[in-house]
Design a protein around this ligand. Structure first.
Ligand SMILES: *Cc1c(COP(=O)(O)O)cnc(C)c1O
Length: 376
């Protein structure tokens, strides 16, 4: 059996090696390393894939979130609502800009922001909502957009884990994750569903004015060469990364499908086990399985993790600590017990290896090992 990886980037690369190597060497000999034609071509191709008007490439997913908040001209003191069960970057940029992160709990099934809790957290200072499409499935966008419209709030979708996921509105309209709110932020970190070979990110929007401001913010706030009307940042996608992303974007649907097939095999193996809750799939969203995350019931989750780790299975806990328990984000507004769903998930979730290259032998070994621990 091939060694099991949490994410098997080496095997994936082997299958596209000729194409990738040629594209990378072409950029190297072109010397158009920054903002070269590959970057523009990638942005255009991603626009077409997403059916969105503008894609603005940037340096990583964290910057994408930050730049979106800067371009929307959020100001210190403004409150931005997100969940306590997410990767730190979501709240980090809110804090970094002097905005006030307001945390809310998630739903126990999708693990995405709970629209009722979101509604309850709105104050006159609230300016924006950052729903996270966690683990590859869209948050309840229809409800979130309704609330946002009612209270005149911006919606910035953290799409870092859900590029290619689709959300279906009750009128039948289908939209891609990241294209429903005012802006969507994505990361091309190597382990993401569309990953480059370094850091990368992008912001999406259908708003022409916002797109123009985003382009200025990522480029030092520069409107005309050496004229700086805004405080900006330096956040660029390398041409080499763009060239790699163009090749992998053509395979994104195929990659997401391979993850889904692996998830279905996991589901099947665990279907009869009453100690494991397999990922819930919302009727409104596809799931692209950035992570395959189980919720354990009445078992020692950490002992399970240790057991399978010792068998050479690199599982992981996403996330072990909710944001309101992180030292840097401790806040007297938040007490233990205020976000019971997230607190419980942190104690019970476990994510199994998930990538495009899992074979049946590996899946069988993983599922047998998990069940072996539970049944012993
Ligand atoms: C990966 C990720 C980010 C940050 O992306 P980087 O490219 O690593 O900066 C932000 N939010 C979520 C939910 C993520 O998974």
């Amino acid at each position: 059996m091939r060694k099991i990886q949490m994410v098997d980037l080496a095997s994936q690369y082997q299958k596209i090696k000729t194409e990738i190597d040629e594209a990378v060497l072409n950029v190297v000999s072109s010397t158009a390393y920054i903002n070269g034609p590959e970057v523009q071509a990638f942005a255009t191709e991603l626009q077409d894939y997403l059916n969105v008007k503008h894609v603005i490439p940037c340096a990583n997913g964290t910057d994408a979130l930050q730049v979106a908040m800067m371009a929307l001209e959020l100001k210190p003191g403004d409150e931005v609502i997100t969940t306590t069960f997410t990767f730190i970057a979501t709240a980090e940029v809110i804090a970094l800009l002097g905005l006030t992160p307001v945390l809310v709990d998630v739903l126990p099934d999708t693990m995405n922001i709970d629209p009722n809790k979101l509604k309850a957290a709105i104050t006159p200072k609230t300016k924006a909502i950052v729903p996270v499409h966690l683990f590859g499935q869209c948050a309840d966008m229809e409800e979130i957009l309704k609330i946002a419209e009612e209270h005149k709030l911006y919606v910035i979708e953290d799409t870092c884990q859900a590029l290619g996921a689709e959300y279906k509105f009750s009128d039948g309209t289908v939209k891609k994750a990241g294209t429903m709110g005012n802006a969507g932020a994505v990361s091309f970190f190597p382990s993401k569903n569309l990953g480059c070979y370094g850091d990368g990110g992008a912001i999406f929007t259908n708003d022409d004015e916002l797109a123009a401001r985003l382009k200025v913010v990522v480029n030092h706030g520069m409107t005309v060469r050496y004229i700086h009307d805004y405080v900006g940042v330096n956040s660029r996608l390398d041409s080499i990364q763009a060239a790699i992303l163009r090749i992998k974007l053509r395979r994104l649907d195929e990659y997401n499908k391979a993850r889904k097939i692996a998830a279905e095999k996991y589901n099947k193996a665990f279907a009869k086990c009453d100690k494991l809750v397999t990922p819930y799939i919302s009727p409104n969203s596809t799931h692209i399985f950035h992570q395959y995350t189980l919720i354990t019931k009445d078992i020692d989750r950490d002992a399970l993790l240790k057991y399978i780790n010792e068998k050479g299975i690199p599982a992981a806990i996403y996330y072990p600590i909710p944001l309101h328990h992180q030292k840097a984000y401790l806040d007297e507004r938040y007490k233990t017990g205020m976000f019971p769903v997230s607190e419980e998930l942190c104690k019970t979730v476990i994510s199994l290896p998930m990538h495009t290259e899992l074979d049946d032998e590996q899946i069988e070994f993983i599922t047998n090992s998990v069940l072996e621990f539970i049944e012993k």
